[in-house]
Design a protein around this ligand. Structure first.
Ligand SMILES: [Mg+2]
Length: 251
């Protein structure tokens, strides 16, 4: 009996859904600082980074686009602020470190493909699903995906920097649907953030799956989502799609 697919497009979050940093940010920063003769604790840098990133994102959302910053400048400022918070206020000493960090984070070798990602993407394509990326990332993502050997799985890669807004803003999801010429009811998004991915996609009428990361899901989040929308690992995606299609009326 022919199986008629309901879902035709799968859109994917990237960071911590399909790819992740090889080492925590604090360690990368500390190792780069050490190479420049500066000893700063990785744990202090990790904590400072979180604070600096949050503050920068709040003051200049989506890589500072509406403030006329380049994403490179945006990141340089995050690095300077991070080291300042970790007790190194000397911007002149940090600038070459920030330059190198920007280059490093553009390099595929700083990233790794998460377990099961390749197999799952291949399985989806074999099943005839169209795939695309929707990521809160700057334009470096495309080259990182090429370097990691993942780019060919996706029809297109939409970054928040290119679109001009970030998830959960519905405009980025609508842009993807428009590019694919697909109605939201036959599209599903997969990601690890409840707010940005799961809720963002559902707000435009797409289906959505939440991938569980290494940290357990917050119990309020777990209780607010049907359990068949939660993927304990990527290998749960295809069975979850089967379940979704079996439970939905034929289009
Ligand atoms: Mg993510």
């Amino acid at each position: 009996m022919a199986h008629r697919l309901q879902i035709r497009l799968l859109t994917w979050d990237m960071k911590d859904t399909l790819i992740k940093l090889r080492r925590p940010v604090g360690e990368e920063y500390a190792s780069k600082a050490r190479a420049h003769g500066l000893v700063v604790e990785a744990a202090a840098l990790e904590q400072a980074f979180r604070q600096a990133y949050k503050a920068q994102n709040h003051s200049f959302p989506n890589y500072g686009q509406s403030s006329g910053l380049s994403s490179r400048q945006w990141w340089m400022d995050v690095v300077l602020h991070t080291f300042r918070l970790a007790g190194v206020p000397d911007a002149q000493a940090i600038t070459p470190i920030a330059d190198h960090l920007y280059e490093d984070f553009s390099s595929p070798s700083t990233w790794q493909v998460l377990e099961g990602a390749e197999t799952t993407l291949k399985g989806c394509r074999k099943r005839g699903l169209r795939l695309a990326a929707i990521s809160n990332f700057d334009r470096r993502l495309e080259d990182i995906l090429v370097g990691l050997g993942l780019r060919d799985h996706f029809e297109f890669v939409l970054t928040s920097e290119a679109v001009g807004c970030s998830k959960p803003d519905s405009r980025i999801f609508r842009e993807a649907l428009q590019l694919a010429c697909i109605e939201p009811a036959v599209a599903a998004h997969v990601g690890d953030s409840y707010r940005c991915d799961y809720q963002g996609a559902r707000a435009v009428g797409m289906h959505s799956f939440l991938v569980e990361g290494p940290e357990p899901l917050d119990s309020s989040v777990r209780n607010s989502i049907p359990k068949e929308h939660i993927l304990p690992s990527l290998s749960h995606l295809l069975p979850a799609l089967d379940l979704l299609e079996a439970s939905s009326p034929m289009p």
